[in-house]
Write a protein that binds this ligand. Structure first.
Ligand code: ATP
Length: 324
């Protein structure tokens, strides 16, 4: 559903010399939503984000924000702001001066700059670090400062390039909850580049999966996970088997496969304990590998070891036909 603050890519292509990094991509990013751009290394995610930010020129096509063509505007005049992977804070400036930097460039008076910076630092829970230098902060704290610095410009769209990749796993999960909270509170769009499926599932209202410079599939997180349209999306999102059946190729979630006396014969190759589930990797007729996630309690009623023959079944209705 369109809103007044949508961001729209219309047949956008990015070339570096003869190499095509983004190939004729069109997409509507609905205003006020959290979108994750997901895909393997080199698929064109960062190029897409940098074109939206204005840090990279568009080779062909246009970028519209709130109905206005911003493709040729400088970054500061687009209504977007970008938070970089390495945070890019000025090392010699205090936290407050880093956050207020863009306001200084706009010629806003010192008192107003400080008041706005203080409010932004409160928003990201960094008020008490206002006078420190970046080197005196942890990675997670530097990231909050970088967020405040991006948000102070009042963007309609915040662009985040792998914002969590430099954090340890514990902090990453905390910060992602924080990002989601901020997006909800501010009501603006966040477009977040990641190559982490879990991150995208946890955060996104919409997931846009890119592959080979194109959008392979886009939709609500649950839909992309549960109904992958292509083999690439099924394998990249994980948690699925791709089955070659007489009627065609299908995806089915690994937790939809069960031990079933009436099912297909297979020989167990590996057994992996995963806490809530046990993952059985088995080989069926036609050299087909099938992974079954069996609930832990069910598995341990009759534990299975590699080399054993099992029978695996599923509901036909849970199969999703793959289109490529
Ligand atoms: N400045 C550049 N000059 C030439 N080629 C580039 C440039 N930037 C990116 N590319 C190429 O464009 C393609 C897409 O790169 P991009 O950085 O957009 O991918 P990505 O999906 O963000 O990858 P990653 O997850 O590794 O950051 C890659 O093949 C890359 O080598």
């Amino acid at each position: 559903m369109r809103t007044g603050h949508d961001l729209e890519l219309v047949h956008v292509t990015k070339r570096y010399g003869t190499a095509v990094a983004v190939a004729d991509v069109s997409h509507l990013f609905v205003g006020g939503s959290y979108v994750c751009l997901l895909g393997p290394s080199g698929c064109g995610k960062s190029s897409t984000l940098r074109m939206i930010a204005g840090h990279e020129t568009v080779s062909e096509g246009s970028i519209l924000l709130s109905g206005m063509d911003v493709s040729r505007l400088p970054p500061a005049r687009r209504g977007t702001a970008m938070m970089f992977q390495n945070y890019a804070l000025f090392p010699h400036l205090s936290v407050t001066d880093n956050v207020a930097f863009s306001l200084k460039m706009k010629g806003i008076a010192a008192q107003e700059r400080r008041a706005k910076a203080a409010a932004m630092l409160e928003l990201v829970d960094m008020g008490r670090y206002a006078d420190r230098l970046p080197a005196q902060l942890s990675g997670g704290q530097q990231q909050r400062v970088a967020l405040a610095r991006a948000l102070i410009t009042g963007p309609q769209v915040l662009l985040l390039d792998e914002p969590l990749s430099a954090l340890d796993p514990f902090l990453r999960i905390r910060m992602r909850a924080e990002l989601k909270r901020l997006q909800r509170e501010l009501g603006i769009s966040f477009i977040h580049v990641t190559h982490g499926q879990d991150e995208a599932l946890a955060l996104a209202d919409e997931i846009v999966v890119m592959n080979n410079a194109r959008i392979e599939q886009a939709g609500p997180a649950r839909q992309v996970f549960n109904a992958p349209e292509t083999e690439f999306v099924a394998r990249f999102m994980g948690g699925h088997n791709v089955l070659a059946l007489p009627q065609g190729r299908f995806a089915i979630r690994c937790d939809e496969i069960r031990l079933d006396p009436a099912g297909h014969e297979a020989v167990v190759q590996a057994v992996e304990y995963q806490g809530a589930h046990v993952a059985l990797t088995a080989r069926a007729a036609g050299d087909q590998e099938i992974v079954a996630l069996i609930p832990e309690a069910t598995f341990f009623e009759h534990p299975i070891t590699p080399g054993e023959a099992v029978r695996l079944g599923w509901d036909e209705g849970r199969l999703h036909r793959l289109h490529a």
